[in-house]
Design a protein around this ligand. Structure first.
Ligand SMILES: Nc1ncnc2c1ncn2[C@@H]1O[C@H](COP(=O)(O)OP(=O)(O)OP(=O)(O)O)[C@@H](O)[C@H]1O
Ligand SMILES: [Mg+2]
Length: 232
């Protein structure tokens, strides 16, 4: 499953991203070319401010490059309408963040159901699938708890279940273990291992070398440039 073809699920060609800050310009990405193959597990390492989150946003179509091209499933994002981009984000990509980003007023189950709203699926079906995902992450007995009533590790499990809601082939995670103690972080890393075994393409930004070691490829970024790739 892992090397089912070597097709490029995400492709970045000479991607630049600059932000105007008053009179100054911040060059967050300075020409990134990167091919991500289906089923790969990539971790991105780099110092604070090096452009990791910006890079992840480009890959997830959360933002558009200043220059260069981003392809998802071989489709040029420059040719996608806003609706098409939203559709790709909703269907093909699951996002996991350091701060979980769960809706505080909703239960774990409702949070996991949320991304399924873009489809006309019966509520019962959505509930069933959300419950199965929570079960898969060992969270079934917390389904009716609100985020406030959960530990950090439990919240991240709910956030991962939510990322899986529409069964996307790609998971992008931005320091998913950044707010977790090391034992809980290891558990989350094991979940990612399993997802990759199931065929998901994973791209994980992390400061944590132990987490990065789970990946099949480590990419290093500094000052908006990829400066070394170790293929193992
Ligand atoms: N919306 C924005 N407006 C202006 N500058 C930004 C914006 N987002 C990021 N930057 C700048 O772009 C550069 C890269 O930021 P980015 O968030 O990608 O870094 P990072 O590697 O994720 O850092 P960290 O490890 O601290 O999360 C930084 O200099 C940052 O200040
Ligand atoms: Mg960041």
């Amino acid at each position: 499953m892992k090397h089912k073809g070597r097709d490029r699920i995400i492709e970045l060609l000479d991607v630049h991203k600059s932000y105007a800050m008053g009179d100054a310009v911040v060059h967050a990405l300075r020409g990134i070319t990167l091919h991500v193959h289906r089923g790969e597990y990539i971790s991105i390492l780099g110092p604070s401010g090096s452009g990791k989150s910006t890079l992840l946003h480009m890959m997830g179509l959360l933002d558009v490059p200043t220059r260069g091209k981003v392809f998802v499933d071989r489709v040029d994002s420059a040719n996608m309408s806003n609706d098409e981009m939203a559709h790709v984000r909703g269907k093909k990509i699951g996002f996991v963040f350091q701060v979980f980003n769960l809706v505080p007023s909703l239960t774990a189950l409702e949070n996991v159901m949320l991304p399924m709203m873009i489809y006309e699926v019966e509520k019962y079906e959505r509930e069933k699938r959300a419950y199965e995902l929570l079960e898969r992450l060992g969270m079934e007995n917390r389904a009716l708890h609100k985020p406030m009533e959960l530990s950090g590790g439990q919240r991240q499990r709910v956030a991962i279940a939510r990322a899986l809601a529409n069964d996307p082939p790609i998971i992008l995670a931005d320091e998913p273990t950044g707010n977790l103690d090391s034992k809980t972080g290891d558990e989350v890393a094991e979940i990612f291992d399993e997802l990759n075994k199931d065929g998901k393409t994973l791209i994980i930004v992390t400061h944590d070398k132990d987490i990065a070691d789970h990946a099949s490829r480590i990419i290093r970024i500094r000052d908006g440039t990829l400066h070394k790739m170790n293929k193992r």
